[in-house]
Design a protein around this ligand. Structure first.
Ligand code: KIV
Ligand code: ZN
Length: 531
């Protein structure tokens, strides 16, 4: 796709790792991304995200931190079993227990990778680890050796690498490679680096570490100063050949390098950055939507590549230019990121065959007959209410249907009285474990009345952390996509619901979260007993 580069690397002879102009994409949405508060995903959701990343051509998918919890362990194991072409990485601290647990979760993968790390900056060694540099150095050798005895593919990261003293960084990187690390990942853990300085750091490693050609050099940049993408690209310019990133840039604090931004920058500017990736960029929009709905983290409208306005041209002068020649104001096509022109899909007369074809076009391969039938039924209901049904509507509706197929508590009907005269009331019918249940509640506004009715039918102690409404398309008849975040005994879950009626979408989202909590309770009960 991109041109070949003849550039020398960091002023040095080309290393083995940078011989190719191919940049590996390492996605850590399921590990570093999930570490941001409120961002938790359950096992089934993690597998869905992993499958779309694999379909997209992501080289390595970091599926979690297996020793962190049994949930994380199970998710890494299921992702490891589900993927066929991407490598699956599991994170481990520098201890045998962590590394063994990671290997246990990864060992069924077609391409497993253990990713182990230890802090190396003076501050982290002194305050966090309370270890002397010599002890840190030996622990790195021991942990990488142990990991390599289990797995042929081992990545090692010096946490807080960008604030590590250069002499010490060179020494530990050389030792980690000698101990068997096949990828050396340099993190800018606190998002402190600036591009020139960060690329100089990578060049310095190429210049001073004698065995650097035996490993792939990777970078892992956080976005505290908004420089994660710039720092990652600067590092690639001097020889790094793996970028660690997340969908929508999610992650702790200001997040990680955004996959869609870094990949589209490489694709759009091969003249300035002659490197290629394996990512099929036309899947970006669908992956972004999936991660945003599952995590309840909305994408800001002006976010590069995946924001709702990223390809919108409001100003008359821009619209005029784009109509004459799209290149006047568009540096990439909407199609290149999988945005089909908000094209009218079908109306209420469309049949199931056309619906099946549309699902295929949108990239939904095998949903299974039940999910397709339910989605089709909901499409027909929507087409009855909404004049124009767009691709975005179908994506939201199908994602919503998939999430609700195995729910214990199901929505049946809702009747609401709202308005300024009050009281606002909600008549709600649910199906709970196959039994019909009904109630009527009033509240301080219709949402309050609806949520009280849910609580009356499904008593629980969870507290509401977030209630968020988002319109799927423009227009007053747009579907509402609602996210509800509930917290119970330190566990947080996100529920999503979509419907042309905002209050029905709110019920669906609340029930989705409750269903997830009840699955969590069932799963954690045996552990609680054995603890
Ligand atoms: O930010 C960081 O340093 C990390 C490491 C575990 C790679 O996430
Ligand atoms: Zn990180």
């Amino acid at each position: 796709m991109n041109n070949k580069s003849n550039k020398s690397v960091g002023g040095m002879e080309k290393s083995l790792a940078s011989d190719s102009d191919h940049v590996r994409i390492f996605d850590t949405t399921l590990r570093d991304g999930e570490q941001s508060p409120g961002c938790s995903m359950n096992l089934e959701e993690k597998v869905r995200v992993a499958l779309i990343l694999e379909e997209m051509g992501v080289d390595i998918i970091e599926a979690g931190f297996p020793i962190a919890s049994n949930g994380d362990f199970d998710a890494v194991r299921e992702v490891a079993r589900a993927l066929k072409t991407s490598s699956v990485a599991g994170l481990a601290r520098a201890s045998n227990a962590d590394i063994d647990r990671a290997w246990e979760a990864l060992k069924d993968a077609v391409k497993p990778r253990i990713h182990t790390f230890l802090s190396t900056s003076p501050l982290h060694m002194r305050v966090k680890l309370q270890m002397e540099p010599e002890e840190v150095h030996q622990t790195i050798i021991d942990s990488v050796t142990h990991a390599r005895n289990l797995c042929p593919d081992v990545e090692w990261s010096p946490e807080d690498g960008s604030r590590t003293e250069h002499d010490f960084l060179c020494r530990v990187v050389e030792s980690a490679i000698r101990a068997g690390a096949t990828t050396i990942n340099i993190p800018d853990t606190v998002g402190y680096a600036v591009p020139e300085e960060f690329s100089a750091l990578i060049s310095m490693l190429y210049n001073r570490v004698p065995n650097i050609d035996k490993a792939v050099v990777s970078v892992h940049c956080h976005n505290d100063l908004g420089l994660a993408v710039a720092n990652s690209l600067a590092a690639v310019g001097v020889g790094a050949r793996q970028i660690e990133c997340t969908i929508n840039g999610i992650g702790e604090r200001a997040g990680n390098c955004a996959l869609e931004e870094v990949v589209m920058a490489l694709r759009t500017r091969p003249d300035a950055m002659p490197f290629s990736t394996s990512v099929d960029t036309t899947i970006i929009t669908r992956a972004s939507h999936l991660v945003s709905t599952i995590t309840g983290f909305p994408v800001q409208p002006n976010k590069a590549i995946v924001g709702a306005n990223a390809f919108a041209h409001e100003a008359g002068i821009h619209q005029d230019g784009v109509l004459k020649d799209a290149q006047t104001y568009e540096i990439m096509t909407p199609e290149s990121v999988g945005l089909t022109e908000s094209n009218l899909v079908m109306g209420k007369h469309s049949g199931s065959h056309a619906f099946h074809e549309k699902l295929k076009d949108l990239g939904y391969g095998d949903l299974g007959e039940n999910a397709i039938n339910s989605a089709f039924q909901r499409f027909k209901d929507l087409a009855d209410k909404k004049k124009d049904v767009f691709d975005e509507d179908i994506i939201a509706l199908v994602d919503d249907t998939i999430q609700h197929t195995s729910d214990r508590i199901k929505f049946v009907s809702l009747q609401v009285v709202a308005g300024s005269k009050g009281p606002q009331t909600a008549d709600l019918e649910l199906e709970i474990d196959g039994e019909l249940a009904k109630t009527k509640s009033d509240g301080n506004g219709p949402v309050d009345a609806v949520f009280k009715a849910i609580k009356a039918l499904c008593p629980h102690t969870a507290t509401l952390q977030l209630y968020q409404v988002h319109a799927v398309t423009g227009g007053t008849d747009a579907q509402a996509e609602v996210t509800v975040r509930l917290e119970e005994q330190g566990k947080t879950v996100n529920g999503q619901g979509t419907d042309a009626d905002t209050l029905v979408a709110s019920v669906r989202a609340y029930l989705h979260a409750l269903n997830k909590l009840s699955t969590k309770r069932e799963k954690t009960a045996p552990e609680a007993l054995s603890a």
